[in-house]
Unconditional design. Structure first.
Length: 453
């Protein structure tokens, strides 16, 4: 079968960009100009740029146009860790740790070693985990507002595998997956791996544009909707009850499955005195449990190296999701599962989550003081901040200058699921030691201020 004619235009541009004939930063013709120049439909011109963007060769900036991408190395899912100078701060990835976690791990491992049947941890575990381990997660989730039976809980090696498991069970190549126009980068990796058609939903300061989602579902066969309703990554919003009810209603009306990512939801729990916060609305799962898959893990509330996650799956999808886990990893890791469920049962996870909320709130206060006056978006107890740049500041250029100063950041490209990427940086606040955060952010601000209009 001959490839579509527009592929020749894509290949032509790709060759010119890779060879340097079109250098980084070059502004390309508008979609309409390209359509006129090549005598193709406007929709075809849009598709040309979409394929070049998916290949990482161009970036569309709202209101400015489409540009040949500057390959700074800080715009991808996993930014380069190589810096030309000694590292000052890693603001590209959240790796929170609490004092004393090493001692907690030693104590937990000693307890496991002294348990009655330590050898059982070395035996093959069933895909999805033993029932008693799934029950431990179900009890933990009850405090999160997710009321589910152990039979609907599947244990995974991290939240990313939980997402992978759910997508394998729910979708087929070519299916449409609706997703926020700015969202968790890992969903793009999985959509590409599964051959899914990502359909971006415009975002507002308070959440996804639900009118736009409804229109999308009326015009395209949306198979599933991936959403982060509580402490969104990267924008930090928490959808209110009315938004959640409407989102569940849209999914029910159009027959879509909701994939609810609760990775950062623990950060939105009400804070202790002196100022008690409003209660967090119930998860989407509570509004539509028959069509919601809830995924999360212990990477952000306990440790990134503890690859323990879980998916709550409606009964009709449990068999397919279990089969996908069997195909990917056969069974859950016994030692990690015992460690994680032990910490869930003895209150360690709950204590760490409380520490994380206080720590995140302190870091937000430091960041908002250091960056006062800049265009910042984020939840007050979140580990992330979205920094919208000035019109003359290009994300890739800003990231490269910051790297030269010893600071790692992520650019908006990693989070953008649509053809147009806003000029912004995502700042991860959890990794630097707390005393080092304010000086690092002060250096970041000075570096951005040095970019001339």
């Amino acid at each position: 079968m001959r490839p579509p004619a527009y592929k020749a235009i894509v290949d032509e541009y790709a060759t010119a960009i890779r060879s340097g004939t079109l250098p980084a930063g070059t502004r390309l013709p508008t979609h309409r100009a390209l359509a006129r120049e090549r005598r193709i439909a406007l929709a075809t011109a849009t598709r040309v740029y979409a394929e070049l963007a998916a290949a990482g060769l161009v970036v569309g900036e709202q209101g400015r146009g489409t540009f040949v991408k500057v390959r700074s190395g800080y715009d991808g899912i996993e930014p380069s860790r190589d810096l030309p100078v000694p590292r000052v701060a890693d603001l590209s990835f959240n790796q929170p740790l609490a004092p004393g976690q090493g001692d907690q791990l030693r104590q937990a491992l000693r307890a496991l070693a002294a348990s009655g049947d330590a050898e059982a941890l070395l035996r093959q575990q069933p895909p999805g985990g033993h029932r008693h381990d799934r029950a431990a997660v179900a009890r933990y989730l009850l405090d999160r507002g997710v009321d589910t039976a152990p039979e609907n809980v599947l244990l995974t090696s991290g939240a990313q595998q939980a997402l992978d498991c759910v997508l394998r069970a729910l979708t087929r190549p070519g299916d449409v997956l609706a997703v926020d126009a700015l969202s968790y980068p890992g969903i793009k990796l999985l959509a590409g791996a599964h051959g899914l058609d990502l359909a971006p939903v415009p975002v507002t300061p308070a959440g996804p544009d639900l009118d736009a989602l409804d229109r999308l579902c009326r015009t395209r066969p949306v198979r599933a909707v991936y959403t982060i309703p509580t402490v969104h990554n990267p924008l930090g919003w928490v959808l209110d009850r009315a938004q959640r009810e409407r989102l569940a209603g849209i999914a029910t009306e159009h027959g879509c499955t909701l994939i609810e990512d609760g990775t950062y939801a623990f950060l939105a729990e009400p804070a202790p005195a002196p100022a008690p916060a409003a209660p967090v609305p119930a998860p989407l799962h509570a509004h539509a449990p028959e069509r919601t898959c809830y995924v999360a893990g212990l990477s952000k509330n306990v440790a990134t190296g503890l690859r323990f996650g879980f998916a709550v799956v409606p009964g009709r999808h449990v068999r397919a999701a279990t089969a996908s886990l069997r195909a990917a990893a056969w069974g859950s890791p016994g030692l990690v599962t015992a460690l994680a469920t032990g910490w869930l049962a003895d209150g360690t996870v709950a204590r760490l989550e409380e520490q994380r909320r206080a720590d995140a709130a302190a870091r937000q206060r430091i960041a908002r003081t250091a960056l006062a006056g800049l265009d910042l978006t984020g939840h007050p107890t979140s580990y992330t901040l979205w920094l919208t740049l000035e019109p003359h500041q290009r994300p890739a250029h800003a990231a490269a200058l910051l790297a030269a100063a010893g600071i790692l950041v992520s650019t908006s490209d990693a989070f953008s699921t649509g053809p147009h990427t806003p000029a912004a940086l995502r700042l991860a606040l959890a990794t630097p030691p707390l005393p080092a955060l304010a000086p690092a952010l002060a250096l970041l601000r000075r570096t951005l201020d040095s970019i001339a209009p």
